[in-house]
Design a protein around this ligand. Structure first.
Ligand code: IMP
Ligand code: MG
Length: 183
């Protein structure tokens, strides 16, 4: 797998440290809600955010539910198709609960904005976004994001849950894939 990697952007240790910081920030921001007995649901955008959410949820020192949604925007291509489809819906009713979306990476922002609209229509108490990576690209539309792990360059990123054609998700670090692999 490592032969296909151009560069390691963030190591396992850097990732761990940053995710703990994000968890601490969420703990601080939602402590009063939890204390008031209000529900918190962390929503994982499958499959890319599975590893991130597993770490983030354990870094939050509050009672919360974990639920999973699958959307499709990329197929096996390295470029966004523009269309976002919900493939697997939540098992939980999020009405009246504080929803925190855990997303792996924001590229065009299409996925996240579509998901935000969809979840807002379910009447949550609040909706926030925790994105592990924010790709450094110019965007037509603003993408609201409350917690960001790292900014990353406009390259194809793999590892820590992120894939290319379902590979490289199990790399423990965040890496840039060699362009010849996906071109
Ligand atoms: P967006 O809709 O363009 O923001 O893309 C969102 C989704 O595309 C992310 O949740 C990822 O699953 C996937 N994606 C975007 N950029 C990358 C990348 O560099 N590597 C792997 N997956 C990516
Ligand atoms: Mg994703």
């Amino acid at each position: 797998m490592l032969d296909d990697i151009a560069e390691v952007l963030f190591t396992r240790d850097q990732i761990e440290k940053r995710v703990l910081e994000m968890g601490a920030a969420i703990t601080e921001d939602f402590a009063a809600h939890a204390q008031a007995g209000e529900g918190i649901v962390m929503v994982c955008v499958l499959r890319g955010a599975a590893i991130f959410m597993a770490d983030l949820a354990r870094a939050v020192d509050l009672p919360l539910e974990m639920d999973y949604m699958a959307v499709s925007s990329y197929g096996d291509q390295a470029k966004s198709s523009g269309a976002v489809r919900i493939i697997k819906d939540l098992s939980t009713d999020v009405k009246g609960k504080h929803v925190i979306i855990a997303e792996d990476i924001i590229d065009t922002g299409l996925t996240l904005n579509r998901l935000r609209q969809d979840l807002l229509s379910r009447d949550p108490a609040s909706l926030s976004v925790a994105a592990f990576l924010n790709k450094d690209v110019p965007r037509a539309e603003e993408v609201p994001c409350d917690y960001v792990g790292f900014s990353c360059p406009n390259e194809f990123i793999v590892g820590y849950g992120l894939d290319f054609a379902e590979r490289y998700r199990n790399l423990p670090s965040i890496c840039v894939l060699k362009p010849e692999i996906y071109q």
